[in-house]
Write a protein that binds this ligand. Sequence first.
Ligand SMILES: [Zn+2]
Length: 188
Amino acid sequence: MHTLRRDLPQREPSGRFGTATHLLDSLRAMGITRLLVRASVGERTALALPSWASSPGVRRSMQSNRPHGTSVEVALRRALFKRGLRFFKDRRPLAELRCEADVVFPRLKIAVFVDGCFWHGCPKHATRPLIHREWWGRKLDRTIERDKANSAVLASEGWKVVRFWEHQSIKEMADLTERFVRTRTASH
Ligand SMILES: [Zn+2]
């Protein structure tokens, strides 16, 4: 069982990380980290069990919503790069928070996520598998809760959290991201 504790700095909390550590402690006290941990472990479990994707529809959804390297994320990064923006990809905005963003501007503290419609519960396209319905329901609910909790932690650390649905156009995503970058650059 992996726990967030393993990711926390071993030393006494201090400075920026200290704040995050305290926040995680508070969240843990509220039982939220357990939720985060279970969700991340659950995700690995689910990915290791593709046989559960027993209907073609579910399998297609899962395949088109892989956590990394989907064409949507790649296309967005390419568009941002073309616009002259420089960033990190697939990186934790906060070292101690088990949460990777697809595009990260560390200095400006902007974290961009492209959320898959299936995994993250897009209101337009998310369909819930009928097979193993309860298991999927719990799992997908946890993913959505974890997204919210991660966004809250990042925001509390001064990060601008930008979440897109994978169904949005690349241009729309790039336009918005660029606007946030320009705005934060101007105020830095
Ligand atoms: Zn969608």
